[in-house]
Design a protein around this ligand. Structure first.
Ligand SMILES: Nc1ncnc2c1ncn2[C@@H]1O[C@H](COP(=O)(O)OP(=O)(O)OP(=O)(O)O)[C@@H](O)[C@H]1O
Length: 251
């Protein structure tokens, strides 16, 4: 197994209050991993750590030879400021920033790629619409189009199927399957356990720390799910960072 991501006793949090505690483990290159857990379990926090938005309070997340720009991140749609005056075309085109730079000119080739990505998610004809006019499902499709354009080796999806209808969810799940077939590493935070059981071979059950991590069938047991709920309920949100700081290991 070639590890793509390594969590080395990593603790992540906000203003010195830990939200994810002492997580260790590896995500193999090409894995299709579901990250599940109750509300507040730390799924988004973990993803912010992986994408470099949040620096660890202790421990580290090793990326091997992966460049952080080769990680595509689909945030929860609630995190997108829909009042920002930007068109669907330009928003989606920001997926090309890695190659064009933030103020790079979009040539004919780039414009064609953006159009193709929008077509792949069923949004042809929406190019000139302002993002604030999109429905929830259309917004989610646009976020997937941006990830498509990024052409990244690691794809991190935070609740990608939240509050969307079955057709949209099926279409977008097909893209996830395609990324997996293309040997990209995909991590997705999900709440729908049936979807996880049917589509994600590996699962990390999180409740501020790892409750279980491995083959989905062995992780999603009634006992583990109940333990995760209890651990989240018992967690003290105002706890200070651990007194003993674990130094990052040298690769
Ligand atoms: N920006 C922030 N500042 C302070 N605390 C935060 C911040 N974001 C999250 N938290 C806290 O960190 C903890 C973990 O939250 P997180 O959003 O990572 O959980 P989650 O598993 O993604 O939850 P959900 O399923 O509800 O999206 C929660 O107690 C939350 O209140």
């Amino acid at each position: 197994m070639v590890a793509q991501l390594q969590f080395r006793d990593v603790t992540l949090g906000y203003e010195r209050h830990p939200a994810v505690h002492h997580l260790s483990g590896e995500v193999a290159s090409g894995a299709l991993l579901a990250v599940v857990g109750p509300n507040g379990a730390g799924k988004s926090t973990l993803f912010r750590g992986i994408t470099g938005i949040l620096k660890p309070l202790a421990g580290s997340i090793a990326l091997g030879d992966l460049d952080i720009r080769d990680i595509a991140y689909l945030p929860q749609s609630a995190e997108i400021d829909r009042s920002f005056p930007i068109s669907v075309f330009d928003f989606t085109g920001s997926g090309l920033w890695r190659t064009t730079g933030a103020f790079g000119r979009l040539g004919r080739h780039e414009c064609r790629r953006i159009a193709e990505a929008l077509a792949a998610v069923g949004l042809n004809g929406f190019e000139n619409r302002s993002i604030g006019t999109l429905s929830g499902g259309q917004m989610q499709r646009m976020l997937f189009a941006r990830v498509l354009l990024q052409d990244a080796g690691v794809i991190v999806l935070d609740e990608p199927f939240n509050a969307i209808d079955a057709k949209t969810s099926d279409d977008l799940l097909a893209l996830v399957r395609r990324w997996h077939e293309e040997k990209r590493t995909v991590l997705a935070a999900l709440h729908d356990m049936e979807m996880v059981r049917a589509n994600f071979p590996e699962t990390l059950l999180l409740a501020r720390g790892a409750v279980a991590w491995g083959p989905t069938g062995q992780v999603l047991t009634a006992g583990n799910l109940s333990r995760a709920r209890q651990m989240c309920e018992a967690f003290d949100d105002s706890a200070a960072a651990c007194a003993v700081r674990v130094p990052p290991r040298v690769a």
